[in-house]
Ligand binder design. Structure first.
Ligand code: MUC
Ligand code: MG
Length: 369
């Protein structure tokens, strides 16, 4: 079965409430829907979320990379030959979400062709994940109110709190208010998106020592080489590498150099094939993992849970699977539902992404809409 075409459709869906964090903010989901077709008519689907402030990709660059660099060499290859497809894409450094969307859409084709959910093909561990919700920057009372809403409506009890503001007092106040108002029944961890220096990070962690945080993610830049290693040595909880560990090689460097001892796996930037490599590296080295969220829509979230549910070690912590709730709409025919704090995979062949044609027509940017 050969790959016969790769379609790239840019679309834009506004957020009802922007997500703000130390390295940027998102008001509109400006993503690219990627469809890989096989010569016997199977269509695989995934989405690439442009994150210009982190990875430098834009909607335009994602479309251009796929259409001008990758598709001309991938079309005609066998859909099963994922290693060969990656050897084409990996000539190019960068463009992580463009590559990942192609990878996941190919896995979707394979799942549909074999009549198996992708979760079963990857590892088949379970069929759902506990959900963690990411709380963007706001005043403490608003962040507490959002957490309460997520707990009361969706049963979510794990929260990743965006920190990294200067001075850090506001962030410390937010974490304290969350613990005081929501009590001991919730899990809290923090993500700084490189906003603090190593010494600010440790002072903030010390100021929050009584709040029972469970993880600290990317509090300072990995390029603060000695400072970061010093911070990780003093950090009382696993220190998660996120945007500093986006390839298997970066993961090895971060873990072996002591710049992190846990890793955020995001299918949006490592697809299924490279996420699998990163997971096995971490398992082999004894580093904890968390399924992260690259501010994915419902299509991307379904990819994250399809991967996360496939393995035991990715289910040990809640996955970040809920930020699509802040979007005003989405593309799936049947919207995702978080019930009792969990999100399920779809028990159908492939990933289970069924796109509503009317919604796609409404939000696509390439047909004069
Ligand atoms: C995160 O974990 O950092 C913010 C930017 C991005 O690319 O992902 C988010 C969440
Ligand atoms: Mg992060």
């Amino acid at each position: 079965m050969k790959i016969s075409s790769i379609e790239t459709i840019p679309f834009a869906i506004p957020y009802t409430k922007p997500l703000r964090f130390a390295s940027g903010e998102v008001h509109t989901a400006q993503h690219v829907l990627v469809r890989v077709r096989s010569d016997d008519g199977i269509v695989g689907v995934a989405e690439a979320p442009a994150r210009p402030f982190t990875y430098g990709e834009t909607q335009e660059s994602i479309v251009a990379a796929i259409q001008t660099l990758f598709a001309p060499r991938i079309v005609g290859m066998d859909v099963m030959d994922r290693e060969a497809v990656h050897s084409v894409m990996d000539r190019t450094v960068g463009n992580p979400t463009a590559k990942s969307a192609v990878d996941m859409a190919i896995w979707d084709v394979i799942g549909k062709a074999l009549g198996q959910p992708v979760t079963a093909l990857l590892g088949g561990y379970t069929d759902s994940m506990k959900v963690s919700h990411m709380l963007g920057f706001a005043e403490p009372a608003k962040m507490v109110a959002e957490a309460e809403r997520m707990r009361d409506i969706y049963g979510i009890t794990t929260f990743k709190v965006k920190v990294g503001r200067k001075p850090f007092k506001l962030d410390v106040d937010v974490c304290r208010a969350l613990r005081e108002e929501l009590g001991d029944g919730i899990e809290l961890y923090v993500d700084g998106n490189r906003g603090w220096t190593p010494s600010e990070s440790l002072r903030a962690l010390n100021a929050m020592a009584d709040l029972d945080l469970t993880l600290a993610e990317e509090l300072c830049p990995a390029d603060d080489v000695l400072g970061r290693k010093w911070l990780v040595n003093h950090c009382p909880v696993p220190f998660v590498a996120d945007e500093s560990a986006t390839t298997p090689g970066e993961v090895t460097r971060e873990l072996l150099s002591g710049a992190a001892n846990a890793v955020s796996i995001k299918t949006a930037r490592t697809g299924f094939s490279h996420s699998q490599r990163i997971l096995f590296q971490c398992d082999g080295m004894g580093a904890e993992v968390v399924m992260g969220n690259q501010i994915d829509g419902q299509v991307g979230t379904l990819c994250t849970v399809a991967f996360g549910a496939a393995f035991k070690s990715t289910t040990l912590r809640a996955g970040e699977l809920s930020n699509f709730l802040d979007m005003s709409d989405d593309l799936l025919t049947e919207p995702l539902e978080i019930v009792a704090g969990r999100l399920s995979t779809r028990q159908v062949p492939g990933i289970g992404i069924d796109i509503d044609p009317e919604k796609l027509a409404r939000y696509r940017l390439d047909q004069g809409n």
